[in-house]
Design a protein around this ligand. Structure first.
Ligand code: MCA
Length: 507
């Protein structure tokens, strides 16, 4: 294989594949797929896509349930040199309308149940092809792909060619497409495989969704890049995780997974006998959870820190002290600095803006050069929007956010998007959306709403109106009504005051 074709993320994976008869994936119902299956099915999908005249660089949007076939689709798109655009299954038609208009995919793959509605959206968005893929692997995609050859010569790509387009909402309420290249992903995944000691003997318990960086690139990436295997759960179910842990050597999850495990009185070191490593990320792991987990299981969870824009930036050590409340050290190749307001690097212990630069960092936002320029410093560091500090031994802690954002159960929610929808209700004068501490989700989305004089509107009516338009995880779990919102002299809503007033201490 030429060094050029090695740059395709799939080629980087396949150059590490073990014997093709080796098991890659076992579902919790005992269905087994080998590396050969991954090669053949992804080749069939790549052949199908190219046969439809889709071109290198075309986006393929996928709003599909988690299934092994969804994984073959991702790999097939990579092999064909196209751009994988994963979408949360919870997104509503209205949200999809935006994503399809913005990403302008050549194909949308969705569940059969939604194909009727989405057909119209595809026509409106000029997405010429629609295929279906159901949770059980049925649907038109696999039917058509099965007619194609099981051999496909993986497209040679350049390091800067896009492999994936992943959207994140934004502080203005408009989602941004984050452009991730083959080079970004190859670099980051290779570093993680080394730092976390992945090898062919590893079996990763996979309960994460596969439409995010965590479940798709980090978890699956580490396995494919090291020739290991996956114990595949359709979704996070605490009992299923407990039953499947003993088949596994590594588990990755968001903090909610670990707190839910701790909520099970029967969860002890017994289920963890074969596990060598528990990894947590996407949201802060509370020190109490870290300590309780260590006491209960004997395992110190390895916390790491990343973002969709950058992949993983820091990690606690595999060997050495994993320190609660910290995200460890910068990963090899990642330049990390903590800066004051003037972008000057701060003294060792100060709290400041966390900035990163390196081959893992995305090249920019899709069709948003202005926003891209705003989020990078002149010398090429990405401004993460997180506030951080570094202790004497170099451990990094994330201590706050300069972006107005809530992280709920590992999912980022941007208040502005929800405020705009609440404010559009005729009975509402104004609103403020905040995150409040939550034992299960870490933070829960809450809204403080001011109604226009004499208007009547219930919490349920607001929630109902929102559910029709946005994914459930963004809908506030609590809604408070107020006479007015606290503002500073500049007229800016004081969210900290609201968090104090409506947070747990007040109730
Ligand atoms: C589901 N709901 C949620 C969430 N998930 N609400 C708030 N936050 C959530 N994360 C909604 C459901 O639709 C339901 O609404 C209600 O809340 C209760 O659902 P429940 O059954 O408790 O939830 P679940 O289905 O068990 O899901 C919770 C979950 C899941 C298991 C924590 O959200 C999850 O797997 N999260 C992982 C997300 C992830 O992969 N993040 C990585 C992003 P209703 O009652 O109205 O129907 S990548 C990233 O962040 C970076 C790059 C990184 O560093 O990793």
């Amino acid at each position: 294989m030429s060094s050029k074709s090695q740059l395709n993320l799939y080629s980087s994976f396949s150059s590490n594949f073990p014997e093709l008869e080796t098991v890659l994936l076992t579902t919790d119902t005992g269905v087994v797929y080998t590396y050969k299956d991954a090669e053949h099915y992804s080749a069939q999908i790549a052949n199908y896509l190219t046969g439809l005249n889709l071109k290198r660089g075309d986006r393929v949007s996928a709003q599909v349930s988690k299934s092994p076939q969804a994984l073959w689709l991702y790999l097939g798109v990579l092999r064909a040199g196209m751009v994988f655009h994963p979408l949360n299954i919870a997104y509503t038609d209205e949200e999809l309308h935006f994503f399809l208009q913005d990403a302008a995919p050549a194909m949308l793959v969705c569940d059969s149940d939604r194909s009727g509605t989405l057909q119209g959206l595809c026509q409106g968005a000029d997405a010429p092809h629609l295929c279906t893929l159901d949770a059980d692997g049925g649907g038109t995609l696999m039917q058509a792909a099965r007619q194609c050859s099981i051999v496909f010569d993986t497209t040679a790509t350049h390091a800067t060619d896009l492999a994936a387009l992943v959207y994140s909402s934004g502080t203005t309420g408009r989602p941004k497409g984050i452009m991730l290249s083959h080079g970004n992903l190859i670099e980051n995944i290779s570093v993680l495989v080394n730092c976390w000691g992945f090898g062919q003997d590893d079996c990763l318990l996979h309960a994460l969704p596969i439409f995010h960086v965590h479940g798709l690139f980090v978890a699956i990436g580490c396995v494919l890049m090291s020739g290991g295997s996956l114990r595949w759960l359709q979704e996070f179910d605490v009992k299923a995780v407990m039953q499947n842990l003993h088949y596994s050597t590594v588990m990755m999850g968001v903090p909610t997974y670990y707190t839910r495990l701790l909520g099970e009185p029967d969860f002890t070191e017994r289920q963890c006998a074969s596990i060598r490593l528990f990894i947590s990320g996407s949201a802060p792991l509370l020190t109490d959870a870290f300590v309780e987990f260590a006491v209960r299981t004997g395992h110190r969870i390895l916390e790491r820190y990343g973002m969709t824009e950058t992949g993983m930036n820091t990690s606690n050590p595999l060997h050495g002290e994993r320190r609660a409340g910290t995200v460890g050290f910068p990963l090899p190749g990642v330049e990390l600095r903590i800066c004051g307001a003037d972008n000057q690097v701060l003294e060792a212990k100060g709290v400041g803006s966390l900035q990163v630069r390196g081959p893992n960092v995305f090249s920019g936002y899709w069709n948003m050069p202005g926003k891209t320029a705003e989020d990078f410093t002149p010398d090429g560091f990405f401004i993460t929007g997180d506030q951080a500090c570094r202790d004497d031994e170099g451990y990094i802690s994330i201590v706050g956010r300069s972006k107005d954002m809530v992280i709920s159960g590992g999912l980022n929610v941007y208040p502005k998007e929800i405020e705009l929808l609440i404010d559009a209700l005729p009975e509402v004068l104004e609103s403020a959306v905040i995150g409040l501490p939550d034992a299960d989700f870490g933070e829960a989305v809450a809204a403080v709403v001011v109604l226009v004089d004499a208007a009547l509107l219930s919490e349920e009516q607001i929630r109902g109106a929102l559910k029709a338009r946005i994914a459930n995880f963004k809908v506030p779990k609590k809604i408070f009504f107020a006479e007015e919102l606290p503002r500073n002299a500049m007229g800016k809503v004081q969210k900290e005051t609201l968090r104090k007033k409506y947070g747990p201490k007040a109730t």
